[in-house]
Design a protein around this ligand. Sequence first.
Ligand code: SF4
Length: 249
Amino acid sequence: MLQQTQAARVVGPFERWVTAFPDAPSCAASGPAAALRSWEGLGYNRRALSLHRAAVMVTESHGGEVPSDRDALEGLPGVGPYTARAVMVFAFEADIGVVDVNVARVLSRAVAGRRLGAKEAQVLADRLVPAGRSWSYNQTLFDIGALHCRATNPDCGSCPLRTRCAWALSGWAMPDPAARSITQSRFAGSDRQGRGRIVDALRRGTLEARDLGSASGWDDDPDRAHHVAQGLVADGLAAWGPGGVLRLP
Ligand code: SF4
């Protein structure tokens, strides 16, 4: 839920989700449509589908318990190296690092004093883990990245790393070791926006083909709406029912 989504937006849906699905077997038994409905408000609906599929695999192949080793975790739908590492640390306290964009920024500025590539940051994060304290180590790096070492206007005065931070000790020599060009695709008007609107409409009921334009926000472009709907079906987020009606899977 936290992938590309701010924590404040996740709190409500998370509580709704764990109330509806307190464990993997209950999620697996509920079906993908129930998972998609419980996901409302989070966007990136494919994650809901992956989470449901992962719950099915955990139930059928792992006795209903989330596995603790990396290969088994990465074998679950929607779980890549980052999520696998996060689960290993925060659920099982494995002595490894979890590197997201915030942590990479802290490591670049405070430790390396230069911009780190993704692999370099991961190697460094793993090397710095104090044995038996990976949970607090990783949480501390997350918190420093979110609260002090922000991408712009870092709050060095209140940062606990201030006296040992390589960049601060250099007198904040330019360029910023964590500087990077950020290119983000526009959401407004994108296919992703139309997909999200159609899935939102499907949470409330089925859609006839002629309603796809208004549901997606593209009244003037029904072909695009239909194309996007086909994409949702191809991704397993929707299904055509009898009479050409679109519904949740
Ligand atoms: S002292 Fe400043 S640059 Fe260094 S880690 Fe803290 S917030 Fe980031």
